[in-house]
Design a protein around this ligand. Structure first.
Ligand code: PLP
Length: 395
């Protein structure tokens, strides 16, 4: 329905999908073309090379016409066999969802339990691996950025823990909401399978995901007996694109070519990361200020695990996050992320990833501060002012 207040731009502060730059939108406005046409193949090959730079890998990339869930499923069914044991560090809704998928697909799951507000302890992951003297664990599936909790899990530390105990399991990393927002290094961190998606840091429409696969993952694939068809890597390796079972979504590659140009050539990857770090710092400073007077607070209580792509904010007792989100959307045309799973109603999220700058984030923070006033949510006034100061200093 039309909203009477919906004039001006929708300020989109969800943690995925994210804002799509105009030039990316325009790049996707293409007529159909044969996906084996040499003109398209040149774009395709350039996209593969560019995405490898973002993933910091020389390994093979398999693409899927599917949202992130597809790449999650592909990572499992291509490298494991029915009944294999998978170790999953608990981070929040998305680690639990990946674990649920493992169970449905016939794998056994061992969780490393953790407090979602503090993040999973690396020592606990190491202890679980050390206790597995028979090497029953075939893969460690870790969510680099837990989008639901606004936390980061240091994949490089998990690799170091695996190496310390000489554990041969595959290391799989979900980089869906970290890639293109903060550093991810597939090869340096010894990631065997990474899972990425289009609709977050890559600033593209939803419906496009991928896996990077190391030589070790490809060897595991050859030994894997799990049934699969649409996601079968062997099937894909026999095709020109070495990806996809079915029609290639060519317009998404025109979009990807442009988003890679923006990230790698126009802004530069290190500058992309620095911008995300600045935007995140301003949001956190505002929330920490609001938390005075029993106001909303940062969900993540461990500064070492703060995410630079999304901040989850815990409401004070007795106040519903969805009521606040409704006021922000209906009165100010600002879209905020909701709480997922057991955090529904208790948490709202500000996504600060993708095509964003300081004034856009200030707009979202301003709407949150006004919405808190309107909805009667206690808070210390002036969080926006604090963010302004952080941004002025870091500009
Ligand atoms: N993993 C993470 C960390 C996510 O944030 C998401 C989606 O937000 C997913 C997996 C699932 O991806 P999709 O919703 O694209 O299927």
């Amino acid at each position: 329905p039309a909203r009477p207040t919906a004039r001006g731009r929708l300020f989109f502060a969800n943690p995925g999908p994210t804002n799509i730059p105009d030039s990316v939108l325009l790049a996707t406005a293409r007529a159909s073309m044969d996906f084996n046409d040499p003109n398209f193949l040149a774009v395709y090959d350039a996209c593969v090379a560019g995405l490898k730079k973002v993933l910091k890998t020389e390994q093979h990339i398999f693409f899927y016409t599917a949202s992130g869930h597809g790449a999650w499923e592909a990572s499992l069914v291509n490298t494991l066999s029915p009944g294999d044991l998978v170790l999953i560090p608990e981070t929040g809704y998305f680690s639990d969802s990946w674990a649920k998928m493992c169970g449905t697909l016939g794998f056994e799951v061992q969780m490393v339990a953790a407090d979602w507000r503090r993040g999973c302890d690396i020592a606990a992951i190491e202890a679980a691996l050390a206790a597995d003297t028979q090497h029953r664990i075939k893969a460690v599936c870790a969510v680099h950025n837990e989008t639901a909790a606004g936390t980061r899990l240091p994949i490089e530390q998990i690799r170091a823990a695996m190496d310390r105990v000489n554990h041969p399991a595959l290391l799989m990393a979900d980089t869906i909401s970290s890639l293109g927002s903060y550093d991810f290094r597939m090869d340096e961190w010894g990631v065997d399978v990474c899972v990425g998606g289009s609709q977050k840091g890559l600033m593209l429409p939803t419906g496009f995901s991928f896996n990077g696969a190391s030589e070790k993952a490809l060897a595991a694939h050859r030994a894997s007996t799990h049934p699969r068809h649409y996601f079968d890597w062997t099937e894909m390796l026999g095709r020109r694109h070495k990806s996809f079972v079915g029609t290639v979504p060519i317009t998404l590659f025109y979009g990807l070519q442009e988003s890679l140009r923006l990230m790698l050539e126009e802004e530069g990857l290190e500058n992309v990361f620095a911008r995300h770090a600045r935007l995140a710092a301003g949001v956190r400073a505002a929330v920490q200020h609001w938390s005075g007077n029993n106001g909303p607070q940062l969900f993540c209580q461990n500064p070492e695990r703060w995410s630079d792509s999304v901040t989850a904010i815990l409401m004070p007792e007795g106040h519903n996050a969805d009521d606040l989100r409704r006021v922000a959307l209906e009165r100010f045309n600002v879209s905020l992320g909701g709480g997922l799973g057991k955090l529904g109603g208790r948490v709202f999220r500000i996504g600060h990833l993708g095509d964003l700058n300081e004034p856009m984030v200030i707009g979202a923070l301003g709407a949150v501060e006004m919405a808190m006033e309107i909805a009667g949510v206690p808070h210390a006034k002036g969080g926006v002012q604090v963010a302004l100061e952080v941004y002025a200093k870091s500009a």
